[in-house]
Structure formats: structure tokens, C-alpha cells
Design a protein around this ligand. Structure first.
Ligand SMILES: NC(=O)C1=CN([C@@H]2O[C@H](COP(=O)(O)OP(=O)(O)OC[C@H]3O[C@@H](n4cnc5c(N)ncnc54)[C@H](OP(=O)(O)O)[C@@H]3O)[C@@H](O)[C@H]2O)C=CC1
Ligand SMILES: O=C(O)[C@H](O)COP(=O)(O)O
Length: 495
């Protein structure tokens, strides 16, 4: 159970502690943030928080750090310690860094049950998917350790006479060096996996790491961090600061002690990019992944992939299929096939491992409902009746969606999928490229030549051919373009 057994020291009374300097601590702010269970809509957990009063002092802090409240001091201390810990970590042999990461991965996988439980309670992730997220995260940590040893173990040797006008009078040796303190901010939908995808590469490369977990998902993250603690990483190398992003986000992202920010989330990432100073940024942001369906496509395969791509974790994936662009001549058949599969999706609590579970928050459910009502008002065809109870929204396919509807462009992050009927492939590509997002997309056709041409024409980081968009397996390159991200490995088309 979360907060018990080896995790007992992570909690004090009913409030989870934050992690700094190799210890679990209570913030002297005396404040906590409630984590609301999306299913029961009641407080499930509490974590330490920076209070509003700290935020009011924020401007003064940015100027010259004169007025310190306790929690400001706590964060500053974390940054100071992280810097010091990084210096000696960078001198720790690569193989030793890898050894510790392998150990953390094993501990993480051993303790998957309580971490998965937190994912079920905090973000309503279906039970099996919650376990998968933890196991996949452990595997990713190990993979980073293995690859890191190889990649970081290599450098380059250059000689001067390979450049015109030079004699062989100079040699150049290069190797990869750490950045320093990396600030990692993952989103709610994969809090553990998208945290370790930042933590493991940063650590193997000799950086220290300050994690600001998403509020929904914070308890799962704290448990994950404890696995790194149990593995025996040096004090101060990893810290985990909890609190609402809206309250502590600016303070952290503009902190002078931070040397790199790795962020995954929504538009917040664009705001951070504008505010952060001249430091490397890695941004994995939203998407409006298009699924282009040609006349010759295997429609059973398409329907199965639309269900998997559009409705897994209730559509709360950046890589979810978020708009279907289907040729008019096969649209009726495809919509019927998808409709019959939607009818088979189970709807209910994550504990029962239902396909469709409550979305993360009431505000998220309200936002989704707003998109649905806009589409209704503008004449979209509802393939199912719209139904909502609390945060639980039944899966909904909207046919005959037109570009003047918000759902044609906006990311619902919920189990609602628009279908736009197109008269030509060019029309589909045009819609895809008119989006401000460019994360992934997919194309379904039996003609590989057409598939390659269309995937080249789609302005997205990745295009899957005859398969739904997906980030995993986790070692595949993953990069969004336009408003979907910067700073990751880019320009890959998967087939
Ligand atoms: N491209 C990709 O790889 C992925 C992208 N996403 C995208 O993430 C979004 C959904 O995730 P969601 O968690 O709602 O995204 P948000 O952008 O709302 O939040 C992401 C993280 O940022 C924190 N945060 C909030 N405000 C600030 C701030 N001012 N400064 C710094 N940090 C802040 C949040 O903390 P708190 O929770 O406390 O508010 C959370 O940890 C979708 O748009 C989705 O497409 C999701 C997964 C993968
Ligand atoms: O939010 C997301 O979409 C995750 O990064 C998805 O990972 P997956 O596509 O491998 O499930």
C-alpha cells in the first residue's frame, strides 16, 4: 500500500513529505496541497506545498533574494545542494553511475504494486496500465544506464588538416560533459514514466536532478524517488519538491541555480520557454495527432487502431489519435466499424481496469464538455449519446466535424474523437499541417509509396504507417515540432 512498508518514511501523519539532501522532510511552510481522486472526487492524499504567501514574495526574490520565507529558503537550499552534489557526481565513474541506476530500476520494479496503486488513485489510470507504467519505467532506467555507458564513453578526435588551408598542426579531443542541475517537470498522465525519462538520462550523464512532480501523480512520483533513495544515490543528487505548478512553477523555472529544464505538458511549456533564461530547454508538449485514412485502407485495422489510439487511457495521451481524416467514399463504413467497437468499451473505475475511466479533474471534464457542446451547436453528428457523471465521460465519436468547430483543432485530452470527411488526400494533409501542433500522426493505406509520400508531407515529428501513434517503445526517438516541442531527438518517421 502507498506510504507503507519500505515507503513508510515518505509520509508523516496524512501528509507526504518532500525529498531533499537525501532525506524525507516536512516543509516549514506548514502547508499542504490536496490530491483529489478523480473517481471519488474526494481528497485521496496530501503533499507538502509552497504557500501563496511565498508567491507574493516572488518578485523580491528574483531581484536580489532579500525576503526569504522558509520555503523559499528550502528551495534555494535544494538548488545549492544539487549544485554541490553534481560536482562530485560528475567525477563518479560512468560504470558506477550505471550500476546505481540498474539498482534503482530493480527496486522500482520490485515495488510496482504500491506505486501503481497511487497511479490508480491519483490519476485514475486503469489498473493494468498503472502496473505497466511502473515496469516500463524501470526498464527505461536500465536502458538509459546501458546506453549511457556506451554513448558517454565515446568522444571524437579531429585533426586540423581535414579543413581547407590547414596543416596537421592541431589535434582536437571532444567528450560529452554534464550541464549541471536539471529541473524536471513531468505531466499528470505518465507521472512516473515521464519523470524517469528525464531523471535517468540526466543522472547517467553526470547531472543532478530537481523534480517538480505534477500535483495529480505526485505521490506516485515520491514513491518512485524513494526507490532511487533506496538504491543509495549520493545525498542531494536527486530532490523532489511538491506544490502546485501555478504557485511554485515560475520560481523554479526562473531559478538561477537551474542549468537545464526538461518539461512535458501542455501550453505551460511555451510560457516557460519565454521566461527561462539562456539555458537548454527540452519541451515535450501537446499534440493533435491526425489519422489519415485512404480509400484502399484495411478498415478493420484502421478501426482497431482508432480505438487503441483514440481511447486508451480515455484519450489522455499526447500521442492519442485526436482527429480522423477519412476519405468520404469509405467514411460511412469506417464510422460504423468504429461505432461498434466503441460500444464494447468498458466504462467505470480504474480499479476494475475499465477501458474508459474518469478524466483527471473536474475542470478537465468541463473543458471536454465545452468542446462537445460547441460541436453539437455547430451540427456535428453524435454517434453515441453524450453522457457524463462527475469526471467520467462516456466514449464519444463525433462524425461530420467541420473546420469551424473547436474540436477540429483543440486537444480534448478525453474520450471524444472527431471525424472529418475529406474529398482528397491533399485536403487531409492540409488540415494536418494547418494545426499549430506537430507531434505525431498516422496514415492508413496499402500503397507503401503513397504512405511514404504522405508521411513526408505531414508536418509532424513522427508518422506511423498503418499503426496508431505512440511514443513507446521508450527508446524510440520522440520529437514534436511547432507547438509540440523543442530540444528532443527530431525528425523520425516510424513505419
Ligand atoms: N509531447 C509529450 O511528450 C507529452 C505531452 N503531454 C501534454 O501534457 C498535457 C497534459 O498534461 P498536464 O499535466 O495537464 O499539463 P500541464 O502543462 O498543465 O502541467 C504539466 C506540468 O507542469 C506543471 N506546471 C503547471 N504550471 C506551471 C508553471 N507555471 N511553471 C512550471 N510548471 C508548471 C504542472 O504542475 P501541477 O500539476 O502542479 O499543475 C505539471 O507538473 C497535454 O497537453 C499533453 O498533450 C503529455 C504527455 C506527453
Ligand atoms: O502522453 C503520452 O502520449 C505518452 O507520452 C504516451 O506514451 P505512449 O504513446 O507510449 O503510450
Amino acid at each position: 500500500m502507498a506510504g507503507s512498508g519500505v515507503f513508510a518514511e515518505v509520509i508523516d501523519g496524512d501528509v507526504f513529505k518532500y525529498y531533499a539532501d537525501g532525506e524525507w522532510k516536512k516543509s516549514s511552510s506548514g502547508k499542504s496541497v490536496n490530491i483529489v481522486n478523480p473517481t471519488t472526487r474526494k481528497t485521496q492524499y496530501k503533499v507538502q506545498a509552497l504557500g501563496k504567501s511565498n508567491l507574493m514574495k516572488y518578485e523580491l526574490l528574483i531581484d536580489n533574494f532579500p525576503t526569504k520565507t522558509c520555503t523559499q529558503e528550502e528551495v534555494n537550499k535544494v538548488m545549492e545542494i544539487a549544485k554541490a552534489a553534481q560536482k562530485s557526481w560528475a567525477k563518479t565513474p560512468l560504470w558506477k553511475r550505471a550500476e546505481l541506476l540498474h539498482k534503482a530500476a530493480a527496486i522500482l520494479k520490485e515495488h510496482k504494486a504500491p506505486i501503481a496503486e497511487a497511479l490508480i488513485k491519483e490519476i485514475a489510470k486503469p489498473a493494468k496500465d498503472a502496473v505497466t507504467e511502473v515496469v516500463r519505467s524501470g526498464d527505461l532506467v536500465s536502458y538509459c544506464a546501458e546506453e549511457g555507458v556506451r554513448i558517454l564513453g565515446q568522444g571524437a578526435f579531429l585533426v586540423s588538416d581535414s579543413f581547407p588551408g590547414n596543416e596537421r598542426t592541431k589535434y582536437c579531443l571532444t567528450s560529452k560533459i554534464p550541464l549541471g542541475v536539471v529541473l524536471a517537470i513531468p505531466p499528470f498522465n505518465y507521472p512516473v514514466n515521464l519523470a524517469v525519462s528525464k531523471i535517468a538520462p540526466a543522472l547517467i550523464a553526470g547531472n543532478s536532478l530537481v523534480l517538480k512532480p505534477p500535483t495529480q501523480g505526485a505521490v506516485a512520483c515520491l514513491h518512485m524517488v524513494h526507490c532511487f533513495h533506496l538504491a543509495g544515490f549520493p545525498k542531494g543528487l536527486i530532490s523532489c519538491i511538491t506544490g502546485k505548478g501555478s504557485e511554485i512553477g515560475d520560481f523554479l523555472t526562473m531559478h538561477p541555480g537551474v542549468n537545464c529544464i526538461s518539461f512535458t505538458g501542455g501550453d505551460t511549456g511555451i510560457a516557460i520557454s519565454k521566461k527561462a533564461g539562456m539555458i537548454p530547454l527540452q519541451m515535450e508538449l501537446g499534440g493533435k495527432d491526425a489519422c489519415i485514412v485512404l480509400e484502399d485502407a484495411d478498415l478493420d485495422l484502421v478501426a482497431a487502431n482508432i480505438i487503441k489510439g483514440g481511447f486508451s487511457y480515455s484519450g489522455q495521451r499526447c500521442t492519442a489519435v485526436k482527429v480522423v481524416l477519412v476519405m468520404e467514399s469509405v467514411a460511412d463504413t469506417l464510422v460504423e466499424k468504429v461505432k461498434s467497437k466503441v460500444a464494447k468499451l468498458t466504462v467505470g473505475p480504474p480499479e476494475d481496469d475499465c477501458d474508459i475511466t474518469p478524466v483527471v479533474s473536474e475542470s478537465s471534464a468541463n473543458f471536454i464538455e465545452g468542446l462537445v457542446m460547441d460541436a453539437k451547436q455547430k451540427g456535428a453528428t453524435f454517434c453515441q449519446e453524450y453522457k457524463r457523471e462527475g469526471n467520467l465521460i462516456w466514449p464519444l465519436l463525433l462524425d461530420h466535424v467541420r473546420p469551424d468547430m473547436r474540436i477540429a483543432w483543440e486537444e480534448p485530452f478525453g474520450p471524444v474523437l472527431p471525424v472529418i470527411r475529406i474529398g482528397s488526400v491533399e485536403e487531409g494533409i492540409h488540415h494536418c499541417n494547418a494545426s499549430n501542433f506537430g507531434l505525431q500522426g498516422c496514415v492508413f493505406t496499402k500503397d507503401i509509396n503513397k504512405a511514404m509520400l504522405i508521411s513526408d508531407a505531414m508536418e509532424t515529428g513522427t508518422v506511423q504507417i498503418n499503426s496508431a501513434p505512440a511514443r513507446g517503445p521508450d527508446h524510440f526517438p520522440f520529437q514534436g515540432i511547432k507547438d509540440s516541442g523543442i530540444g528532443c531527438i527530431r525528425d523520425h518517421k516510424q513505419h
